[in-house]
Design a protein around this ligand. Structure first.
Ligand code: AMP
Length: 249
């Protein structure tokens, strides 16, 4: 069984993002970029499934500009066998990415497609669900455990107040939650090995997909500044302030 994993290049989670002064977006000039953390978890899970003998090949896919090759090399250093870059400089929205992935699913026929539950830059939480709909595949979102059993895959999901385990027939789409696994550290020998792995580059036109944005961002703004805290002399004052000023109790 092949596994296709989607990996997005995003602003590193440690970076404090700055909103552009004209409010059109976030400034990413000279900012450290990394693989979306949920996608690292997706690659790690695919590699663990391969190590258990449940998968034969892992293909990492990234959509975006030429620099996404770095993200694909990281995926290959974690253990993906090859990479595909869908190269474009156009701004990609979740629907466009879902259509590109659908075209690659048709071509590669993977048994599992694993994505992150959300990209930490747009926080959309849409691509996996849209892909499942477009490809007419069963989906398990927010996975915290994945077990392949024959032609079925059992996925445990974190839901309000507990865990839900569902069984899907493959092929299927899975999106990863934070507690699915802890991705391994990428070692230098594996980084070197990854440089030699196959990386194919295709354009959206080659896949017959129109990636033009369908949504327009009207405005991006900073969160309101937090006011300074105060010290209260005693518990009674604290309770009074919570009741009458903050009105939270
Ligand atoms: P989103 O729907 O934007 O929150 O993204 C959810 C997941 O879709 C991400 O964690 C990735 O696995 C995948 N994804 C989104 N955008 C891209 C992209 N440009 N290239 C590859 N994968 C992507």
């Amino acid at each position: 069984m092949k596994i296709l994993v989607a990996v997005k290049r995003v602003v590193d989670f440690n970076v404090k993002v700055r909103v552009k002064s004209d409010g059109t977006g976030v400034d990413i000039a000279n900012v450290k970029m990394s693989m979306n953390p949920f996608d690292e978890i997706a690659v790690e899970e695919a590699v663990r499934l391969k190590e258990k003998g449940a998968a034969t090949e892992i293909i990492a896919v990234s959509c975006g500009d030429a620099k996404c090759q770095e993200t694909l090399r990281t995926a290959m250093a974690i253990g993906a066998d090859r990479g595909i870059l869908v190269e474009t400089t156009e701004e990609l929205q979740p629907l466009a990415v879902a259509k590109l992935l659908k075209a690659l699913v048709d071509k590669e026929q993977p048994g599992l497609i694993i994505l992150g539950k959300q990209a930490i830059d747009d926080d959309a939480n849409q691509t996996g669900q849209m892909l499942a709909a477009l490809a007419d595949l069963p989906q398990a979102t927010f996975a915290s455990k994945v077990e392949v059993a024959g032609d079925k895959v059992n996925v445990t999901r974190e839901v309000d107040g507990g865990l839900e385990t569902i069984s899907l027939s493959v092929p299927a789409v899975i999106t990863t939650d934070l507690r699915l696994n802890e991705p391994r550290y990428v070692t230098l020998p594996n980084i070197m090995k990854a440089k030699k792995k196959q990386l194919d580059i295709v354009k959206p036109e080659d896949l017959g997909v129109d990636v033009k944005p369908r949504l327009k961002t009207l405005k991006v703004s900073e969160p309101p500044k937090r006011g300074a805290g105060i010290k209260v002399p005693d518990v009674a004052t604290l309770v009074d302030k919570l009741k009458n000023e903050a009105k939270v109790i």
